[in-house]
Design a binder for this molecule. Structure first.
Ligand code: ADP
Length: 364
């Protein structure tokens, strides 16, 4: 049994079911990220683990013990919220000590635990301040400190970095990863930001409309998404999709006709591939090659160019696709309305059937 276990969990608001029977295991000391578009149910799932939402069916277990029948305070969890939820009239020290005081811990224990957490989070200098005299980043650290002092079995984070500016978000991402390593804690983290998921998670759970689409390590999801949804969600900018038709299948490959007389033979298990069936070819912006290389050449009119200095994104109007993006390292001499050609390397193409299921990729 996994350390945190969700079994056939269903959530309904009135008649409306929003979590449709989720089974999930989270291992001890793992950093798990729930990621998915807004409204997919990730906060609801986290809040059910926390005991802030009831479930209508199924069960939740932590450390082998059923907890969905217990009150939040009895579950051994600590939650960090997006809006920090600090007590405005209390000092940082008192905010961090509050849970321990409720639990009737002794003065010496409280002081030791708060000081240790403050040390880890580098906020020892501000223990006497009130929240209004803190920056957003400092408030978020206090909220995390309040969780650390409780020494929970599981830390739960609900979009904790969303209110921070971009630079601070990057910094806190690194710090939370370090904190996870230092504390060797089990953490579950909710975000809609796939970059946070990719950079922080040991394991990502991709959610969509109240269902789990795929569970796996970040690069496994990036390299082998199991369906079109995950393929389009993980990776930035998103994977490009080109509509095509199956022109033939062999033991270890499928040949796709992309319109005109262009074909690509993609190394993959053919599964139920039928000649003439529609298929979607996926290719990441960073997998495209310069014109003349690759296994098929695609040409389109340049719509927009984004130059970031170290890299350039070119958006191209390609027949059979919308929002086709090309990633180029460094700069490239190209302007809107010009024609751009690039090569598709067959070994880096993904194929999806009419239901969006991925064909199993094979190494070239
Ligand atoms: P996410 O965190 O992925 O953005 P939520 O878990 O907040 O999504 O919400 C999932 C779905 O449940 C949404 O469609 C939302 O509208 C619905 N929902 C959330 N809270 C309530 C509520 N109290 N009553 C009815 N529907 C709700």
């Amino acid at each position: 049994m996994s350390y945190v276990e969700l079994k056939s969990v269903i959530k309904r608001y009135g008649e409306t079911e929003i979590i449709h029977g989720i089974d999930l295991g989270i291992e001890k000391e793992e950093f798990t990220v729930f990621v998915g578009p807004s409204g997919c149910g990730k906060s609801t799932l986290l809040r059910m683990i926390a005991g802030l939402e009831s479930l209508q069916e199924g069960s939740i277990h932590i450390g082998g013990k059923r907890v969905d029948t217990l009150r939040s305070a009895e579950r051994g969890i600590a939650m960090v919220f997006q809006n920090y939820a600090l007590y405005p009239h209390m000092t940082v020290f008192e905010n961090m000590a509050f849970g321990l005081r409720i639990a009737k811990a002794g003065q010496d224990e409280i002081r030791a635990k708060v000081q240790r957490a403050a040390g880890i989070l580098q906020i020892s200098e501000i223990l006497g301040r009130q929240p209004r005299a803190l920056s957003g980043g400092q408030r978020q650290r206090v909220a995390i400190g309040r969780a650390i002092v409780r020494e929970p079995k599981v830390f739960l984070f609900d979009e904790p970095l969303s209110n921070l500016d971009a630079k601070l978000r990057v910094q806190m991402r690194v710090e939370l990863t370090r904190l996870h390593r230092d504390l060797r804690a089990t953490m579950i983290y909710v975000t809609h930001d796939q970059v946070e998921a990719m950079t922080m998670a040991d394991k990502i759970v991709v959610l969509n409309q109240g269902r789990v689409e795929q569970v796996g390590r970040p690069l496994d999801l990036y390299n082998a998404p199991c369906n079109r949804f995950v393929a389009g969600f993980i990776g930035s900018p998103a994977m490009n999709f080109l509509e095509g038709v199956i022109a033939g299948a062999a033991a270890n490959s499928v040949t796709v006709a992309l319109g005109g007389d262009k074909t690509v033979t993609v190394p993959c298990r053919p599964g139920q591939a039928r000649e003439g069936a529609p298929v979607t070819l996926g290719i990441r912006p960073e997998a495209l090659e310069v014109a003349g290389q690759g296994d098929a050449t695609v040409t389109g009119r340049v719509l927009a160019v984004e130059r970031l200095g170290n890299e350039t994104f070119v958006y191209v109007d390609v027949p059979g696709s919308s929002d086709f993006a090309v990633h180029v390292a460094g700069d490239v001499r190209i302007a809107p309305d010009e024609a751009m050609s690039f090569g598709l390397p067959a070994a880096r193409c993904h194929l999806f059937d009419a239901d969006g299921r991925a064909f199993e990729m094979l190494a070239a």
